[in-house]
Every structure is written in C-alpha cells, then in structure tokens.
Design a protein around this ligand. Structure first.
Ligand SMILES: [Zn+2]
Ligand SMILES: [Zn+2]
Length: 713
C-alpha cells in the first residue's frame, strides 16, 4: 500500500469547489512584500483572509495595479498551476506579477465589468445557470397539455384505467379491446388467423390499416373489478400500451369510445407525445433547438425599410438604394425597362405608387422563373435571393449585412425551442395569473386550441417564464408548489431556483428577463450577475476581486449588493473590492487607501485599517470626503440642475404596444441627457417628439442596440 487515502489528501482543504457550511472568519493573512507592478512603490501589504477589503483612492493611484494586476494575477496563476500540465495548455497563463513574495493567497476569481460574451446563444438564463435548473425542473415536474385540444395529457396506469371506467361505466356492458395496426407488407388474413389461434374470436376491421380485437365483453360493475382489471392489463400488453373501452347501448352497439394509454397520449386527438427529457427544454441542445432557426429564435431576412430608405424618391431617382452603385446599375436599367412595359410610374415618389405597383417592384412577375428565358421582371426580392446564393463571397456578405433584418422565427415564434417543449407547463392557474396576465400567455406554435383555452390552462410554459422580469420570476417560484409526490431532487432544484432569482433581485436586476441576450448587457449588469452566480455555486476559500460594483447601480440597491458581498464573505470567502462609494467603504472590514495622487505621484498606501479609523485619518483624501471636510462639487451642481429642470420633465407612458414593447411620449428640453433603456428587449425603437425645442412636428426616430445601465435620468 502506498499513498494516503484520497479523502484525507492535504490539498482537499484548499479545493475551491467544495461546498461547505459557514466558515468562521479566519485570522490568516495574505502577505505581499515588495509589490511594484506599474506605479506601485515597493509596497508591503497584509490583507485579512475571510474579510471584505476595499481598496480606494484617487483614480490612477494604483488601486487596480494592486487588486487586479498583482493579487488577482498571482491568485489566478497559482490556481492554474494546480491543474495538470495537459489541462494547463488550454488555459490562459498569466505573467508573474512584479512582486518579491506573496504568501497565503487563495484561488482567485475576478468579477469585473468586461462583457466577453459575443454569442447570441448566451442569455441571462444561461449565464446564471437558471436555464439548466429550469430544464431539469420541466423534465421532472411539468405537465403536458395536448397541442390539439389543450387538455392535460396523462399516462394511465392499469389501476387508474379500471377506476376510471368503473366510475364512468355506471353498470353498462362494454367491450374491452385493443387495436392491431396492419402496416406495410402484413397480410390481414394471416393476422386474423394468428389472433384466432390465440383465442380471440371477435375481430373487426375498423379501417384499412386497423383491426380491433375484443379482449372481453363485461358489465362495468364493482363486482367484476378483478375480471375488468385482468382484461385491461392483457389489452394493454397486446395493444402496445393502448386500450379501448366501448360501452354498449340497448341494441348492444358501441355508444362511445374511451381510449387509454400507458404512454403520453391524448385519447381525444389520438396524438402521442415523447417523454420529457431535460435537453428538450434547452435551445443549446440539438434535442431542444427549433429546427428552423437552430435555437437562435430569429431568422435572417431583408429589411425593406433599409432597401428603400427614402420613400420620397421615385424609381427613376433611385428609390431602390442597393441599385444606385456601379455594380448593380444593370438592375436599375432592368427595373426602368420593365416598369415602362408594365405601366408602373417611374417619376412619382415611391410612397405615392399604388400598393399593387409597389408589391410588383419588390416581388417581380408572378410567373418569372430562374430557368425561363422569357425575360420579365425578377423583382427586388429575387435579387436578394440571388445575392444570398452567393454569400460565400465576402463583399456580398458585407452588402447583405447592410439590408439585414432579424425577424422572429415563425416556427418557434422566437422561443428557440421545438414546438412540443412549449406544451409543457409548471404551476397552477393561480400561480400563473399572479405573475402574468392571462392575455399575455405564449401561444405554443402549432397549437389548435383557442386563445380562450390557452388562458384557462394552469401554469406557464418555459417561454412564458424566461420572458418574465426577474422580480416576477422570483414571485412565481416563491409561490410554486409542485404536485405531490415531490422527490428530494425536485425539492433541491426548486430551492436553488428560488435562491438564485432572489440574489438577482437583491442586486437590483429585478427588471432583466432570462431570455435577455448576454451580449446586450452593460458591464455593471454582467458583474452583478457573476456575483450572484458565485453565491449560487457555494464556493468557499476563494478570493473574489471586484471592480467598482456600485457603478450603474441605483443608490437604493447599494445596501443589497453590500449584503450579497457580506454573504459571500460569511460563507468563508475573501473579497477584495476596488471602490469609491462611501457606503461600500463603510461596510468594509478593512480599507486600503491608495494615493496620494495619480500616476507617478501615487502607488503608495496612505491609510490602512478599519473604516472607523479611516474617518479620523489626517492624510487621506478619501477620509476628507467621508467625514465631510471636502465635497464632490460636480455632483452638487448636477443635482441642482436636475431640480431646476424637473418641472419640465413630464415623462408619460402613452401607449403600450404588445407584450414586449412600449411607446413613450417624452417632452423635455434638449439640454437634459436622456437615456432610453429597454428593459426586456434590446431592439428598442425610440421615437422622440421634442416639443420644447423643435416643435411638435419634428420627429426623430432611431434604433439602438446599445446596452446601458438602468437609470432614473
Ligand atoms: Zn388532444
Ligand atoms: Zn425557431
């Protein structure tokens, strides 16, 4: 025997991924000697482990050089060293920071404000891992509602079937039967002969491909329960999970037809559904992704508002923008020639052309085909089809990109999933109504039931849930009770979802939706999401390095983000936060004030100790601000200005257009900076009517993809 048992391996204590109970604050320290990265002046620093340490000071004084370029860089470097040489080759390796020695440093994770996400497959739901939890929850605990009739689709056990037919049968005589499918080469006579050999004498051909075989003919009474049960079980076996019960009328003719199935099968519509698996609820899995858009939720098309940007231009004056270049002037000539032939005016503004003529210009002659040589007008649309077929060429792709539109995928209606996944729902009718108005329910694509039926269905489907603002998502899961019997795993899942949605609301992200694309988030939003994800994964003995978490945060949410940082600390982690906000400084266990000036005049530690001691420090500029000896002048001016103008600010929501967009009238002087933010969708169309300065007739409209932090300005 050689080596120690794995469980007592000494390195286990340092495993950053271990889930543990609350760890008391330690008295260990991170010790730096001779730190001289960037402008740092040979610093010797000691940071308490298991504490919240804030590094503050004027900008350029060396805060980031100490926090990120030295401490985080070394923590990350050592963490990478713990991987095998094979794994290491795939990881970014950091240069050793300029420092003599660092001792006691735990594995470090930076939660900064860079948003590295470029893929549209990343959403708030995938970033927070909530989508992973949701797909497991749906596979375990959702109920299926039939695409045809909207009734709940259940799996029937033999016992449940017997109980149901006894209750419904009311003593009537009935046939208990199963169907045999006649597929392909199977000869009906041979099947009949085989059934006859097995003792089935009542066999009826109900349609060309189906034989109905009667297993038993019995009166549906309690006294016959055992016989009925035996017949149902045998019919289920022979009928591959399906059984038919046909109650007979006074003439011994079938009066009704009750279908039951051990599978997920709607007896009324005779539709069968597959068992739910987690990946069916994930657009990042081929099992779940919509076939038409491959899980993107949008399909590419051509935006004709960009093709014809100026409707005041006539065809002759160049209304069709892409044809006004040398490369495509031939198309413009074709258009003019065919327009004259078809009697379409070329000298009046596009907007004054009859609707039919405009449609003809875009769609071309109906009988035009790629192969015919009869000439005729191909139309703008086929021009773009032709370009698409050549989009392997870079310059064609560039041209197409100027006229691209990204439209909601018609197959999944933007939900990114295959239609069947959207038929599954969790929660009761009351749960659903509490968070989403019945008129706003997502209609599953291909569903044949009415809007009225949709509104009466219990619970929400996954598209409804990811479209909810997080405050509502949290509300839903707080009140949600899954139907008994609940297993321990579903219980844990529900707890994890509740905790994570609560953290996100805690850090002021209550307005985000899970389907919001990550790449449209601001740096501050990304940082706060990563902070809550760190909380949710129960990391311990880890050093979190944060860059100004107060940025973009409303002051009223500051206490809550401090609460989150304290929770991370109390779970046994260390936090190192670069921050100016006085509230955060006061909430720290330990403060390092850098200075005294920026650049070469900085790089020194002006003060180090508790926030209480900092206030009384004579040398610290930060202390002067904290205890009110100095004020931030610019900030006061801004507040005074805002007050003056507040009388002119009359934002009012004038019209709400549908589920995910709203239209605002906003009367305001142009001197005030206006930030429009889209809370649920980033494709924000803004129409500004600037009444005060330009007169009510002046309308400017724009489209923005810029993500900005929420603000009350
Ligand atoms: Zn149905
Ligand atoms: Zn789709």
């Amino acid at each position: 025997m050689s080596g120690a048992p794995i469980l007592s391996h000494p390195h286990e204590r340092h495993d950053p991924h271990r889930i543990g109970d609350k760890v008391p604050m330690t008295h260990e320290l991170i010790r730096l000697r001779g730190a001289r990265q960037n402008n740092l002046k040979h610093l010797d620093v000691e940071l308490p482990l298991g504490a919240l340490t804030v590094i503050t000071g004027p900008s350029g004084s060396g805060k980031s050089s100490l926090a990120f370029d030295t401490i985080y860089a070394e923590g990350q470097r050592r963490y990478v060293e713990t991987f095998s040489p094979y794994a290491r080759q795939f990881l970014d390796r950091m240069d050793k920071p300029a420092v003599d020695t660092i001792e006691g440093i735990p594995p470090a994770i930076a939660i900064d404000q860079t948003n590295p996400v470029k893929s549209s497959r990343s959403t708030v739901g995938t970033m927070t891992e909530l989508n992973d939890h949701l797909k497991l929850l749906f596979a375990r605990a959702a109920r299926l509602f039939c695409q045809g009739c909207g009734r709940e689709v259940r799996r029937d056990s033999a016992d449940a079937i017997v109980a149901d037919i006894l209750a419904r049968g009311d003593g009537a005589r009935a046939l208990i039967a199963f169907d045999v499918a006649l597929t392909g080469e199977v000869d009906a006579d041979k099947v009949r002969a085989e059934l006859d050999r097995q003792g089935y004498t009542r066999v009826e051909q109900v349609d060309p491909s189906t034989l109905r075989v009667t297993r038993d003919r019995v009166r549906l009474t309690e006294a016959n329960r055992e016989r009925i049960s035996e017949a149902v079980e045998a019919a289920l076996r022979a009928g591959q999970g399906h059984v038919s019960v046909l109650p007979l009328d006074a003439n011994r003719e079938p009066a009704d037809h009750w279908r039951f199935s051990e599978h997920l099968h709607c007896p009324d519509c005779d539709r069968e559904y597959s068992d739910p698996i987690p990946n069916a609820f994930s657009f990042n899995s081929p099992m779940g992704a919509c076939d038409a858009c491959r899980g993107f939720g949008r399909v590419m098309g051509i935006d004709y508002r960009l093709v014809i940007p100026d409707e005041n231009k006539s065809l002759a004056a160049g209304a069709i923008k892409p044809w006004q270049t040398e490369s495509y002037e031939e198309c413009q000539r074709d258009l003019m020639r065919h327009a004259r032939r078809a009697g379409v005016a070329t000298d009046i503004p596009w907007k004054d052309l009859p609707e039919a003529d405009r449609r003809w210009v875009i769609a071309g002659d109906a009988d035009w085909s790629w192969s015919s040589n009869r000439g005729g007008w191909y139309g703008v649309q086929r021009f773009f089809d032709w370009l698409e077929s050549r989009s392997y060429k870079m310059h064609i792709r560039v041209l197409l990109s100027r006229y691209r539109s990204y439209d909601e995928c018609p197959s999944c209606r933007g939900a990114r999933l295959k239609p069947e996944a959207l038929l599954w729902r969790v929660g009761s009718k009351e749960d659903a109504d509490a968070v989403l108005d019945p008129s706003q329910r997502f209609q599953p694509p291909g569903a044949q039931f009415s809007e009225e039926v949709l509104q009466s269905l219990p619970g929400l489907n996954i598209a409804d849930i990811v479209g909810l603002a997080l405050a509502r998502t949290r509300g839903l899961f707080q009140r949600l009770h899954l139907p008994a019997p609940m297993d321990a795993a579903s219980d844990l899942l529900l707890d994890a979802i509740r905790a994570r949605t609560a953290y996100l609301v805690d850090v002021g992200l209550d307005y985000l939706t899970l389907d919001r694309q990550s790449r449209t988030l601001s740096g501050g939003e990304v940082q706060r999401i990563n902070l809550t994800t760190a909380l949710g994964t129960s990391l311990v003995n880890t050093l979190f390095v944060l860059d100004e978490p107060s940025i973009g945060l409303h002051p009223r949410d500051m206490d809550r983000i401090i609460g989150v940082m304290h929770r991370l600390r109390d779970a046994g982690n260390s936090l190192l936060v670069v921050e100016h906000d006085p509230k955060v400084i006061r909430a720290a266990d330990h403060v390092i004030d850098m200075g005294p000036g920026p650049g070469e005049r900085g790089g020194e530690i002006v003060f180090q100790g508790t926030p209480g001691a900092l206030v009384h420090s004579d040398h610290s500029l930060t202390a002067a601000y904290l205890n009110g000896r100095r004020r931030v002048v610019a900030e006061r001016r801004q507040h005074a200005g805002a007050q003056q103008q507040s009388a002119d600010r009359q934002p009012r929501k004038s019209d709400c257009q549908g589920r995910r967009s709203a239209c605002f009238d906003w009367h305001t002087p142009t001197s005030l900076r206006i930030v429009f933010t889209s809370l649920s969708d980033t494709r924000l169309r803004v129409e500004m009517k600037c009444a005060a300065d330009c007169g009510p007739a002046s309308v400017s409209s724009g489209r923005t993809n810029r993500a900005v932090d929420r603000t009350d300005e």
